[in-house]
Ligand binder design. Sequence first.
Ligand code: TMP
Length: 208
Amino acid sequence: MTGIFITFEGPDGAGKTTQVKAFAERLTAQGYDVVLTREPGGTAISDKIRSLILDPAHKEMADITEVLLYAASRAQHVQEVIVPALQSGKLVVCDRFVDASIAYQGYGLGIAIDQVAAVNRLATGGLVPDRTYLLDVSVEEGRDRLQARTGLDRIEQKGAPYHERVRAGFHELAARHPERIQLIHASKPADEVAEDIFADFTAWLTHK
Ligand code: TMP
């Protein structure tokens, strides 16, 4: 595939959505053919699955159901949007991907990491991002930022110990895949965070 696949990850409240948008806009302005998308979501079917997963009323959702729904949403997204865009040489910027399932469902819920990875290999056909920006803030700071919003979703409503496991899971992933995952300190002002990401991307592209 000739395109470039970039993903953004991080604990809830890390400012990821703002950064993904700024990154995509900057690259579009530079002439890249950018496809900006997100998970769970990115297609009509995947958006319906997103609503199912995140609905705060679905308190009874079994952990395995959650893993499989994220993976089902991803399978559709990969086949319908990501792979065709990469095949036509586009730069795909995706807000979350498989690392989120490893961190949230694997480390967070305590489901065996190799099983979460196996389900996701099936869902993605083994597609791995070229580069991943892991936006890191403390759980406390992330939760402070979330409090500013109204209506937390089912995952955001889980307690601090769960979110600590998720954050530790992301750190573990970054340590395991240093060639792909770039840790970004995200408690700084948003424009400084954006500069750090862009500087890394430019350097990475030059040495790729
Ligand atoms: P978002 O806040 O980045 O839109 O993601 C929605 C929530 O879904 C967020 O709390 C992270 C969670 N999530 C998982 O638990 N597993 C996954 O595979 C993905 C993509 C997201």
